[in-house]
Each structure stands twice: as C-alpha cells, then as structure tokens.
Design a protein around this ligand. Structure first.
Ligand code: AHG
Ligand code: MN
Ligand code: MN
Ligand code: MN
Length: 322
C-alpha cells in the first residue's frame, strides 16, 4: 500500500508540483464526500443559472468549482486558475509558479441519476512576469502541460494522474481520506472493438466521420472486418477511464451545428488533460486532423474535436479524414 504523497515524492522531482497535486486532492475528497451524501447533503439539482459555456449549471458544478477555487487560492505554488465554470481566469499568489485549469465536475448531467462524474485538471508553468488575470497567460498548448489528471467519483473514488512519466491510478480509502496506488504505468491496448460516440448527432458530423462510424456498424461484413460494441455514458471521465482500463475509442467530433465551435468539449479543461493521460498510457489523441496537444489555443474556453483512445483505432479515424 503506497500513499499518493509517497509515490509522488519518489516519482516527481518537482516538490512544488507535488504540493499542488496533493493540495488539489483536498478539494476532490470534499467533492467525493458530498457526492456520496447526495440528496442528504442537499447537493442535487439545478443551480438555475447558466455558465459561460451557455450550459445550465447544476448545484454541484457550482459547489465543486467553489471548493477547488478556495483550495487553489490558499496554495503558495499556484499563480492562477481557469475553470469551465468561470468566465475569466482567477489570480492566486503572484509568486506562484503554476497555473491550474480545470473542469470541476465533468458529466454533470449524470449527477441526478447517480451515475459516475469526475473532476479533470491540467497544470501549466507560469513565468514570473505573467499576469494571472489575463487570458493570454493560459494560452499554452497541451504539449506544455507539466501534469494532468482526473478524479473519478464512481463506486470507488479514483485519481488518474500523469506528471509526464506514465499514467498511474490511485484509489481513495474514504476511512482514512488517503489515495493509495492502484496501478502504475497503465497501458491502453493498441487495438479495440469498442467505440463511444453520441450517435444522436450523426447527421451533423463531417462525411468522413459518418463513413467511419457506418463502417464500424457494418461489423464483420464491413471494410474494418470486426464486430464492434458501443458504450455512451455521457461522462468523459467515465468513458476515458474505461478506455484506460480495457481499450476503446472515444469521439466527440466536429459538428456542423456551430461551425465556429469545433465540437462540444473544451480544449483546456477536457481535451488537453485527457490527451496527456491517454498518450502517457501509449494511446493516441487527435482532432482527426492533428494531435490535440498541438492545437495552439486562442481562447481559454475554446472547443475542440476529440478522437482518443487505442492507438490503431485512432490512426484509422485519421486515415478516413486524410
Ligand atoms: P460537462 O458536464 O463538464 O459540461 O461535460 C460533459 C461532456 C462530457 O463529459 C461528455 O462526454 C459529453 O459532455 C456528453 O455530451 P452529450 O450530452 O452531448 O452526450
Ligand atoms: Mn458543463
Ligand atoms: Mn466536462
Ligand atoms: Mn463540467
């Protein structure tokens, strides 16, 4: 049984980064506790307001955001933060060396049905004279992430983390409030027979994506020559966790409904951190045209097309788009 803190002390030579991750987990343990209490903690239901993404916020979107914000604000190592639920970046300690970007609650449409949700985070380096209230400070590509992870609130609470040296998983022991190492150097199988996509959007996809999914559905008789299974949980965290565990491909692709927004998912809070975790586990993450982590961001809330998971299957999707 190895504690998260002990693992990090041995595997990450930047003690300030270790402190950021360790500190962030205080807020995530609090979120886990409130989720487990559910209606008894009065946390279910809608907050009756919209966020900057134009989405109706759940109470827990707001609570989780506030808990993480409060936690990061107290950390000397953190210079600033940006959140899916905040219109503008928030400055923390001017001497801090890190920027933390997060989706406080992913899959929040699942809260009221008691299905898995998560918290996703990405850590970037800040320079000494960066202005943490200014959006441009945060506009770094996914290649510049120094750490990324998610906490999955499911039957058990898990942390999945990378600091650039593999992807590792930890399980929360709620009796003592500590994460313990579950699996070191997780590997995504290169091939798969399982895909995840919201099929109800099919008519809005690019023709290339429509062709690919039609060929998946054609099974053994189709050009891909395999019978595929499909899953859709509507929680990216749960979806990516399944793929890290047994392989698969997850897609939220380009969509013709809002051409100025390439897809639904957010580059800085969802696309980049999940790409780093998948790539550190030997998988692949693409927009279907380029690596997600190569996209140069122009806005903190920008959207991105997402195709990630088992490397061979992602390559196949890229070939359909070539
Ligand atoms: P969030 O709850 O943070 O807004 O993210 C929801 C995302 C993602 O988790 C999931 O894959 C996707 O939205 C589900 O979208 P649909 O409701 O369109 O299926
Ligand atoms: Mn949301
Ligand atoms: Mn999300
Ligand atoms: Mn969210």
């Amino acid at each position: 049984m190895q504690r998260l803190r002990t693992f990090l002390d041995h595997h990450c030579d930047d003690q300030a980064l270790v402190a950021v991750i360790d500190g962030l987990m205080v807020a995530c343990k609090d979120i886990a506790y409130r989720l487990h209490m559910g209606s008894l903690a009065g946390v279910l239901g809608s907050a009756e307001q919209e966020n900057v993404q134009g989405e109706c916020q759940k109470k827990l979107d707001v609570i989780s955001n506030d808990l993480i914000k409060y936690c990061l604000k107290g950390m000397p190592e953190v210079k600033g933060m940006a959140s899916e639920e905040e219109a503008d970046p928030v400055a923390c300690n001017p001497d801090g060396e890190f920027l933390v970007l997060f989706d406080p609650l992913d899959g929040s449409s699942n809260i009221d049905v008691n299905v898995t949700v998560g918290t996703i985070f990405s850590v970037l380096k800040a320079s000494a004279n960066d202005d943490a209230t200014h959006e441009s400070t945060y506009l770094q590509s996914g290649k510049q992430q120094v750490a990324a992870g998610y906490v999955l609130y499911g039957p058990s609470t898990l942390l999945v983390l990378t600091t650039g040296n593999g992807t590792h998983t930890f399980t929360l022991d709620p009796r003592v409030g500590e994460f313990f190492l579950q699996r070191e150097h997780v590997k995504v199988p290169a091939t798969t027979k399982e895909f995840a996509i919201n099929m109800s959007n099919q008519r809005f996809w690019l023709p290339q994506m429509q062709n690919y999914v039609a060929d998946l559905l054609a099974g053994e008789e189709g050009p891909l020559g395999k019978r595929y299974n499909m899953r859709w949980i509507a929680s990216m965290v749960a979806e990516i966790h399944r793929i890290l565990t047994r392989g698969g491909i997850f897609m939220y692709p380009y969509d013709s409904r809002e051409p100025q927004k390439p897809g639904k998912l957010r580059l800085m809070y969802e696309g980049n951190p999940m790409s780093m975790l998948i790539e550190q586990a030997g998988g692949k993450a693409s927009t279907a045209f380029e690596d997600i982590v190569a996209v140069e961001p122009t806005s903190i809330h920008q959207r991105v097309s997402v195709v990630m998971g088992s490397a061979d299957e992602v390559e196949t999707v890229i070939r359909y788009h070539a």
